[in-house]
Design a protein. Structure first.
Length: 231
């Protein structure tokens, strides 16, 4: 069960009061002290509000859907079911929620397993409060935040190893391949549009077709499929 059950934010009531709705955040972290710290950090930021926090994957799966957070911070090393499997199971329950790993692990296996499960970003627990808040802001804008050393590992995997085959991207058009490459480089939708000199709605259309052709449901899964061919 949740450690606490905060009241869900009411965007309509806030709009009526002339206040912008806060971005709803969920946390899954088994360390009570760390969880309370993250709740405090986030709630002190004017644009965010923690609407639920859980101490295990099982309690998160049982209760998080009722809160419908926009962003979830997920620990990997949870008791019993781990955070990667929790992300995999939460994704169908909360398809529009952005799931960000917050962990001490920075090895390749944990990174790629988390991305393939549907995680949007991957941050280390040593991140400072400003770094954490900046990452949440980036996720809300459509980005995929990663600690610099994690991003470097992902980039190096692209640079060091040639594709084994092109089966995954064979069915994509030239433009769809261009969009996928820019997604893998961490470009925001607006930046992709500017780079390819097309409109943002057109970028969204290409991305939907990429998801359909790659049989994925999120940006992180598409990038993981692409990076898997370039490992």
């Amino acid at each position: 069960m949740p450690k606490s059950q905060p009241i869900k934010p009411d965007p309509i009531a806030k709009a009526a009061a002339g206040k912008p709705a806060k971005i709803a955040i969920g946390i899954v972290e088994d360390d009570t002290r760390a969880r309370k710290m993250f709740v405090d950090w986030i709630n002190r930021a004017p644009e965010f509000q923690v609407v639920c926090d859980f101490g295990s994957a099982e309690s998160a799966l049982a209760g998080m859907a009722a809160f419908a957070p926009e962003i979830v911070l997920m620990d990997i090393n949870l008791p019993e079911m781990n955070g990667v499997e929790c992300v995999r199971r939460l994704k169908p329950l909360l398809p529009v929620t952005q799931l960000v790993m917050l962990t001490v692990y920075e090895d390749d296996d944990h990174i790629y397993n988390a991305l393939q499960a549907g995680a949007t970003g991957y941050l280390l627990k040593e991140a400072s409060r400003p770094e954490l808040i900046a990452a949440l802001q980036e996720v809300h804008r459509g980005g995929s935040p990663m600690a610099s050393n994690i991003a470097r590992k992902v980039c190096q995997s692209f640079q060091q190893k040639a594709p084994k085959d092109t089966s995954v991207t064979d069915g994509l058009s030239t433009r769809e391949n261009e969009v996928l490459v820019l997604l893998a480089r961490g470009f925001l939708y607006k930046e992709i549009a500017e780079s390819l000199q097309i409109a943002v709605p057109t970028v969204n259309s290409y991305i939907r077709r990429i998801y359909e052709k790659l049989h994925v449901q999120s940006r992180s899964q598409a990038v993981a499929r692409y990076s898997g061919e370039n490992k």
